[in-house]
Design a binder for this molecule. Structure first.
Ligand code: AP5
Length: 282
């Protein structure tokens, strides 16, 4: 499964991605999370990125791609990947197309009037990154993560002013990406105004429609995480655009998440995702 998950700021991409990657054993590549890790680590790329993130602008492609490559080098998956919040402009689309095909692009649609409330009420665990909402998905104890007891914090860019700028950036730069994927026939819109569970069920329905053999994995019990497999380079995903195959049901999540920093030639490490097929199919 080679998936892209798009949608406006605070549409619920991260919330839904967390469940999808766990269920299908996918590698989760969220450029927003990767950038925040770099910021938290105080790396030079992180410092540069923060200036753009705090204003609601996109971080320059060279920084995003460099960090994404580093992440891909240090993680692994046997079943595929989910790109969350990437690509976000047309140059990023071109770069992505240079190294892999994509099976499906999911776009969560939420009424813009709801997005500011979702963003401002978001709280994130400082230690494990779990996402909550003070009203829609509150932790059992205010300010404390249910999973590991870590402190919850509010992102610097989750202010009304910055969220509005992020929405403008989305309209100007990411909407054209979505329109492009419409023309490829790979885009599926998912209505994201309902509860987290409703949206999850809609996403699963789309995936099962695309890959009927995934029905049991989609609706069966959530797999229990097992220790990561022995370290090795990302196992190539066979390029079968219309019939990607999961490796058995209930695959555990494919690996740890360690930050990578080095950037080499464009697309060099992306090839670990899988060979690009000769003939692109729709
Ligand atoms: P990023 O972190 O990707 O921000 P985003 O796209 O604005 O998305 P969010 O993380 O805000 O929201 P989400 O859709 O994941 O929603 P969530 O599940 O958390 O990027 C941040 C910045 O990094 C960008 O502005 C840019 O500067 C930079 N950047 C990132 N990628 C880049 C790229 N490719 N190129 C260049 N720059 C890049 O949910 C939000 C809240 O709503 C949570 O509190 C959640 O609990 C709640 N919620 C979720 N679902 C529901 C529901 N169904 N009902 C009610 N509440 C819900």
């Amino acid at each position: 499964m080679r998936l892209i998950l798009l949608g406006p700021p605070s549409a619920g991409k991260g919330t839904q991605a967390e469940m999808l990657v766990k269920r299908f054993g996918l590698l989760h590549l969220a450029t927003g999370d990767i950038l925040r890790e770099a910021v938290a680590a105080g790396s030079s790329l992180g410092k540069k990125a923060k200036k753009f993130m705090d204003t609601g602008a996109l971080v320059p492609d060279a920084i995003v791609i460099g960090l994404l490559e580093g992440k891909m080098k240090s993680t692994q998956s046997q079943t595929g990947f989910l790109l969350d919040g990437f690509p976000r402009n047309q140059d990023q689309v071109k770069q992505l197309e240079g190294f892999t095909d994509i099976d499906l692009v999911l776009c969560i649609e939420v009424d813009f009037s709801k997005l500011v409330e979702r963003a401002i009420g978001r709280r994130v665990c400082r230690t494990c990154g779990s996402v909550y909402h003070i009203k829609f998905n509150p932790p059992k104890q205010p300010g404390i993560c249910d999973k590991d007891g870590g402190p919850l914090y509010q992102r610097d860019d989750d202010t009304e002013e910055v969220v509005k700028k992020r929405l403008k950036t989305y309209e100007d730069q990411t909407k054209p990406v979505i329109h492009y994927y419409e023309t490829t026939g790979k885009l599926r819109y998912v209505e994201g105004d309902g509860t987290i569970e409703d949206v999850q069920n809609k996403l699963l329905a789309v995936l099962v429609e695309q890959w009927p053999q995934l029905k049991e994995t989609a609706y069966g019990p959530m797999p229990v995480a097992k220790p990561a497999p022995a370290p090795h380079a990302l196992k190539p995903v066979q390029p079968q655009p219309s019939q990607a195959r999961p490796q058995g049901q209930g695959q555990p999540h494919g690996g740890g998440h360690r930050r990578g920093r080095r950037r080499r030639g464009r697309g060099k490490n992306f090839s670990r995702f899988g060979q690009k097929p000769q003939n692109k199919s729709q």
